[in-house]
Design a protein around this ligand. Sequence first.
Ligand code: PLP
Length: 393
Amino acid sequence: MVSERMRGLGTARSVIRELFEYGNARAAHVGRENVFDFSIGNPSVPSPDAVNETAIRLLREQPDQIHAYTSAQGAADARQRFADSLNRRFGTDYTADRFYLTVGAAASLCCVFNGLSCPGDEFVVFAPYFPEYKVFIEGAGAKMVLIPPEVEAFQIDFDIFERSLSQHTKGVLINSPNNPSGTVYSRETLERLAGILTRKSQEYGHPIYLISDEPYREIVYAGVEVPWVPSLYRDTIVCYSFSKSLSLPGERLGYVLVPKEAAESGDVYAAVAGAGRSLGYVCAPSLFQQVTSRCCDLTSDIKVYEENARLLVTSLREMGYHVVEPQGAFYLFPRTLEADDAAFCERAKKLDLLIVPGSGFGAPGHTRISYCVQTDMIRRALPKFKELAESYR
Ligand code: PLP
């Protein structure tokens, strides 16, 4: 006898991973160059040189210490460097003791949901959303309340949002720049959101936390501003990761930041650490605590993502697809050419074009194209996108 929930999660792989595995199997048959895999969000640009150089130097200089356990919450010097970096950039005064280092944003989010959740609690999520949120929130015993997508620009429909809040709302989750839409919330949007949360927290007599999942914080185009969310709403908890900004998804390093200004911040931090302990997310990878904390002012060279976005948006629009222009991250979320997005993506798959149905992101009638790939593959895939569009005429 095993846990039914866990067995279900273990056997029903995510649609994205399923497609990614299919792509690999298909490539073995027809050749990698004939499969156009836009399924997964693996950064295609290398880490900055300083990342590997720092890793090599640390391995040489500290061979006996670098692989050792650190404190459960991460090494104090690494946490202080993360604090210093944010303080330089955002004019804050964070200290090491507000950071809990984790294996990527996934674990950061799990620590936060598990740390905050009491029986009956709800977390509000905006569609389209990263599908694992539901797994993480329900895994913490809480309920996910989903706001349907605002499909014109993937911004916030504040009327629906306000109606979705209740006495049970423990937190609201935002992800900007967004996976899968590429949208960035403007300062104005965030200020309006903060205003509603402040008013509702007072009305309900308890804080509503704003959980800002920001692994794409640095991946924005044409000088778009990504406001520092805790400066706009006091009760913000930040979940961050170096998976995308430093192209290090396999090294698993991220953090939770609980600013001291946040309501009951001492208890929240302790609960995040307790959740980390109970989930076994203690002592994040030691080498990469040191590497990322020494390189956290850097970002991989993201020029190619912007180039890819421009190429895809222009070409797909010419072919008749409806696309909202992404401002960041590395995903495009066009409308599908039939209402059934799964059928549309199946039709694409027959052309060896691997794109993900939008339903899994809470936005039926859309498809996610992950364009962190070689530009040359996009050029070669364009005739396939055209053939797909023409098959609907
Ligand atoms: N949040 C979002 C929005 C993501 O897109 C991802 C990964 O793609 C994660 C969290 C998890 O990131 P990590 O690799 O740091 O666990």
